[in-house]
Design a binder for this molecule. Structure first.
Ligand code: EPZ
Length: 417
C-alpha cells in the first residue's frame, strides 16, 4: 500500500497555484443529468473522487471526455436511474445524483451512502426535502427508492445547513412545478458556483450564497459551459504548509474571499499575510501563538481545514482549543499527531493543543481520511526527521499533485510502495 515520505525541517518558499474545487466539480458533474446534450467544464481537478463520479455518470448512460482539465459530459436520454452500492460506497457525494434524477425522470434508485470515518453522515434532510416536494421516498435494503410524477415547489427549512442537501434540493427544484424556497441553506462558495451553472442552463435561481435560496421551476434546461472555481480547502492547505515551515508561500489562482475565516485566524496567531484579488501570501514567521478555533458552516472556519490547522497549532507558542461542531468523529488525526510527539488532549468535540515550537519528531503515521492525510503531511514538513504517512490513497481523493506542488516549494517529499 502506497505511503508518503516527508523530510521535515525544510522551509518552503515560492509560488503555487490552487486547482479547481473538488466540492464544486462534483455537484456540477451531477447537474448534467438535468439537461440532455453536451456540457463542458474547465478547471476540473484530476482527483479520485472526480473519476468515481465519471464512472457513475457513464453507468447512467453518459459519455465523458477529459482533455487536460477540461471535461465534456454528453448526456443522452438516460437508460438507467440506478446508482449501485459498489459505486456509491466509494464516494458518498454520489447521493448528488438523486435530486437531478428525480427532477428529470421522476424516478431514482440510489444506494444509501453509508457512514464514513468522520461521522455517520445521514441524508435525512435530503430525503425530507424531496418528500416535501411531493416525492414518494422509500428506503429498503440499503437503497433509496424515489418516485414522483412531477416535483412541486415547496418551502423547505433545514434544521441545520447541509452542503450537499442544499445542492441536491436546489437541482431538484430547477424543474419542479412552481417556486421552491430553501431556508437555512448552506452558504458555501461551491453552492454559489453550482447555482451559477444551473442559471447558465436556464434555471431561475436567486439568493444562492445566502441562507435563503429561491428557485422558480422551469420546463427544461439546456447544456452550457463553466469554469470550476478554485479549491479553497486546497488553497488553505498550501498556505498552512508555508506557515508551518516558517517560509514565504504565495498561493495563486485562488479566491481569498472564500478563506476569510482562515486568514483571520492566521493573523490572530501572528502571521503576516498579503492578499490580492487572486492570491494570498503568507510571510516568513519567527514564531506565532496558539489561537482557539471553532468549526461551523461557511463563512465560519471550515471543518475541512480543522485537521490542517491543528497541525499548525502543535508548533505554536501556547495553547489552542479546537472545537469541531460539524462532524462527530473528526479527530482521528489527533492520535497520529500525538505519535509525532504533539501534546494534544482530545475530548468529545474539543481538542486541547499545547503548542511547542520544534516539538514534532518523525514517526510512521496512518492517514484515516482525506483531510487527516493532509494534516499529517503538514506535520511531517515540520517534524525532525523523515515522517512516513501510510494509507496515502486518502490524499488522492481530494488533492491534485500535492507532492509535486510541495516539491516545487522546496519540500523533500515522495511516494513509496
Ligand atoms: C460537504 O459534505 C463536503 N463534501 C464535506 O467535505 C464538508 O466537510 C461538509 O460539506 C461540511 O462543510 C462535499 O461537498 C462533496 P453536510 P456534506 O451535509 O454535504 C449533518 C471533504 O473533505 N447532516 O453539510 O455531506 C451531517 O451529519 C468533505 O472535502 C444531517 O444530519 O456535509 C453533518 O453533521 C468531507 N442530515 C452536518 O449536517 C443530512 O441530511 C453537515 O453536513 C445532511 C447532513
Amino acid at each position: 500500500m502506497e505511503k508518503m515520505l516527508v523530510k521535515g525541517g525544510i522551509q518552503l518558499n515560492g509560488e503555487v497555484h490552487a486547482s479547481g474545487a473538488k466540492n464544486s466539480a462534483l455537484p456540477l458533474l451531477f447537474s448534467t443529468l438535468l439537461a440532455p446534450g453536451k456540457h463542458v467544464f474547465k478547471n476540473v481537478p484530476h482527483l479520485m473522487d472526480i473519476q468515481s463520479t465519471m464512472v457513475l455518470l457513464k453507468h447512467l448512460g453518459c459519455e465523458i471526455s477529459w482533455e487536460g482539465s477540461t471535461v465534456q459530459v454528453d448526456v443522452p436520454e438516460l437508460k438507467s436511474f440506478e446508482a449501485p452500492y459498489d459505486l456509491v460506497r466509494k464516494m458518498r457525494a454520489s447521493i448528488l445524483c438523486l435530486g437531478p434524477l428525480m427532477a428529470r425522470y421522476g424516478q431514482a434508485k440510489v444506494s444509501l451512502p453509508g457512514g464514513c470515518a468522520i461521522g455517520t453522515r445521514p441524508i435525512d434532510l435530503h430525503l425530507e426535502g424531496l418528500k416535501e416536494m411531493g416525492a414518494q421516498i422509500d428506503v429498503d435494503s440499503g437503497y433509496v427508492f424515489g418516485k414522483v410524477d412531477k416535483l412541486k415547489g415547496a418551502k423547505l427549512i433545514f434544521e441545520s445547513p447541509t452542503v450537499t442537501g442544499t445542492e441536491n434540493l436546489m437541482m431538484a427544484a430547477c424543474l419542479a412545478d412552481g417556486v421552491t424556497l430553501i431556508e437555512n441553506a448552506a452558504k458555501e462558495p461551491e453552492i454559489w458556483d453550482l447555482a451559477e451553472y444551473l442559471n447558465k442552463m436556464g434555471a431561475k435561481i436567486s439568493g444562492h450564497g445566502s441562507s435563503i435560496i429561491r428557485i422558480e421551476g422551469v420546463d427544461r434546461l439546456t447544456p452550457a459551459e463553466h469554469v470550476v472555481i478554485p479549491d479553497r480547502i486546497e488553497a488553505g492547505t498550501l498556505l498552512l504548509a508555508g506557515a508551518i515551515t516558517g517560509g514565504e508561500v504565495t498561493v495563486s489562482s485562488c479566491r481569498p474571499d472564500d478563506l476569510d475565516a482562515l486568514i483571520s485566524k492566521m493573523k490572530e496567531s501572528g502571521f503576516k499575510l498579503s492578499i490580492d484579488e487572486s492570491s494570498i501570501t503568507v510571510h516568513k514567521n519567527t514564531g506565532y501563538t496558539g489561537v482557539d478555533v471553532t468549526t461551523a458552516p461557511h463563512p465560519a472556519f471550515p471543518t475541512d481545514l480543522q485537521a490542517q490547522f491543528m497541525a499548525l497549532m502543535t508548533q505554536a507558542d501556547g495553547t489552542s482549543v479546537i472545537t469541531e461542531t460539524i462532524f462527530e468523529n473528526r479527530f482521528m488525526h489527533v492520535q497520529e499527531l500525538v505519535r509525532l510527539n504533539a501534546d494534544i488532549t482530545p475530548k468529545t468535540r474539543v481538542a486541547i493543543v499545547r503548542g511547542a515550537p520544534g516539538s514534532l519528531k518523525a514517526a510512521p503515521v496512518m492517514a484515516t481520511d482525506l483531510r487527516a492525510s493532509a494534516c499529517l503531511i503538514l506535520a511531517g514538513l515540520a517534524a525532525q526527521g523523515e515522517t512516513e504517512v501510510n494509507r496515502i490513497y486518502h490524499l488522492d481523493r481530494g488533492y491534485e499533485k500535492m507532492e509535486e506542488k510541495l516539491s516545487k516549494l522546496g519540500a523533500q517529499i515522495c511516494r513509496k510502495n
